[in-house]
Design a protein around this ligand. Structure first.
Ligand code: NAD
Length: 442
């Protein structure tokens, strides 16, 4: 079987590589020539655990190819996935220009029957637009070629993307023809043999499922952050409350950790886009509007704590920051809370010295020399006025606190992820701030 993936980013590259891993001949296409040249030279453009080896192995077996030519990718291709970005437009809606541009190119160059599958996260009503763009291009060249469209939203998590793709909780597929269903069954069979379910549905439901899933997860995070802030006011301990509610199987223990707010390439934009879709249908999604509001507030919580601690004056202060990426195990900086914190701290006159195991090059690309970059976690706090923990990378979990004390000018820790123990921090002689526990009352 021969398939192609258009868009070789986090989703496209992982999807293409994992399909090739099970023996399918895959061509990945991207308009970014440098990215394709790098991949052809064995340079992987993103940090994703386990991906490098898999790309190399499948390139060597000659079943994973990279090109900038969609014409080449369409040769003998049975299924083509669209996995390009759908960034937020100014009004919050998903910008579909890249998806539609790919659909047009497909219409221009396809030669035989094709199943066109949208894997990008796209709003309800996108499939008919993809169909129309392809039909227009076919009509323009007087071609009559049958094709199907389908929706196959992706649920992988950055940082665990390869595993998520190979062993998915579920695969959601929206389609409207038997032929498309048979093709998708065949394609996903290697990933579902162990019982991982494929859920077939209509296209509109599949498109909405992706947004509903991300919005539900964002809701859990914002809900817990709101409760955490209340915990601080009333003198409760959010870690206890979290354990207390998480043990209820109807609630579950995942995604109820308070922190510095959600970020990343998906939650912020997908929550916005779903609010916008609902508004277009004149239905206000009240819960999601509040989820966004809480998240915007939450990204500022640590900044306010730092400012208050230093008597509302951060001029001349140095903040040693641990972690930049929006979560561990990725170099993705899109909508990372660290960027908001950096912006506020620098605007208030502070200097930020940051360390992240993999996201420094990407941060440098986005904000340049707005901050100083440290060579390791201890270098970041050498001479700093405080430590600010932003991303809970494993290596930050058990630091040498004697060394931390030696390096910090003031023994103050702001823990934006609640990874340290309040009692231990006090025993070590630190002034310790976290989320959802008013440590000054303890
Ligand atoms: P990305 O920005 O990492 O990659 C998109 C790629 O598409 C880029 O390499 C870009 O050069 C390429 N591209 C743009 N226009 C093109 C065109 N006309 N032809 C060929 N290539 C083109 O994006 P991503 O994070 O992989 O996300 C892709 C989609 O998947 C988005 O809709 C996103 O919401 C969704 N998604 C992302 C994740 C995630 O964790 N990143 C998870 C699930 C779903």
């Amino acid at each position: 079987m021969k398939i192609s993936i258009v868009g070789t980013g986090y989703v496209g590259l992982v999807t293409g590589t994992c399909f090739s891993e099970v023996g399918i001949d895959v061509t990945c296409v991207d308009i970014d020539k440098k990215k394709i040249d790098d991949l052809n030279n064995g340079i992987i453009p993103i940090y994703e655990p386990g991906l490098d080896d898999m790309v190399t192995r499948n390139m060597e077996k000659e079943r994973l190819h990279f090109t900038t030519s969609i014409q080449k990718a369409l040769e003998e291709c049975e299924v083509i996935f669209i996995a390009v970005g759908t960034p937020p437009d100014e009004d919050g809606s998903a910008d579909l220009q890249y998806v539609i541009s790919v659909a047009r190119n497909i219409g221009k160059y396809m030669k035989d029957y094709l199943l066109v599958v949208t894997k990008s996260t796209v709003p309800v009503g996108t499939a008919p637009k993809v169909r129309a763009a392809i039909e227009e291009e076919l009509a323009a060249r007087g071609a009559k070629i049958e094709f199907d469209v389908a929706s196959n939203p992706e649920f992988l998590k950055e940082g665990a993307a390869v595993d998520d793709f190979l062993k998915p909780d579920r695969i959601v597929i929206g389609l409207e023809s038997k032929r498309a269903e048979e093709l998708m069954q065949r394609l996903y069979k290697p990933f579902t043999l162990n019982g991982h379910p494929v859920i077939f549905m209509d296209i509109t439901s599949a498109e909405l499922t992706k947004y509903a899933a991300n919005s539900m997860l964002a809701t859990k995070i914002s809900f817990m952050n709101d409760i955490a802030n209340l915990c601080e006011i009333v003198g409760a301990n959010v870690n206890m409350v979290r354990k207390g509610i998480g043990s209820d199987t109807r609630i579950g223990s995942k995604f109820i950790y308070p922190g510095v707010g959600y970020g990343g390439s998906c939650f912020p934009k997908d929550v916005k886009a779903l609010i916008k879709t609902a508004r277009d249908y004149e239905y206000p999604l009240r819960v999601l509007q509040a989820v966004e509001e809480v998240n915007d507030h939450q990204k500022m919580v640590m900044f306010h704590k730092i400012k208050k601690h230093f008597g509302n004056d951060l001029k001349g202060r140095t903040i040693g920051m641990w972690g930049l990426s929006f979560k561990p195990n990725t170099d993705d900086m899109r909508e990372a809370p660290a960027l908001v914190l950096i912006h506020e701290l620098v605007a208030a006159g502070a200097t930020v010295k940051a360390y992240d195991p993999v996201a420094i090059p990407e941060t440098q690309r986005i904000i340049g020399d707005k901050i100083t970059y440290a060579k390791d976690m201890y270098d970041a706090i050498d001479g700093a006025d405080c430590l600010l923990m932003v991303t809970e990378w494993p290596e930050f979990r058990f630091p040498d606190f004697t060394e931390v004390k030696k390096l910090l000018k003031n023994h103050v820790i702001f823990d934006g992820r609640n990874i340290y123990d309040v009692k231990e921090m006090e025993e070590q002689g630190f002034t310790y701030y976290c989320i959802g526990i008013n440590t000054s009352r303890i």
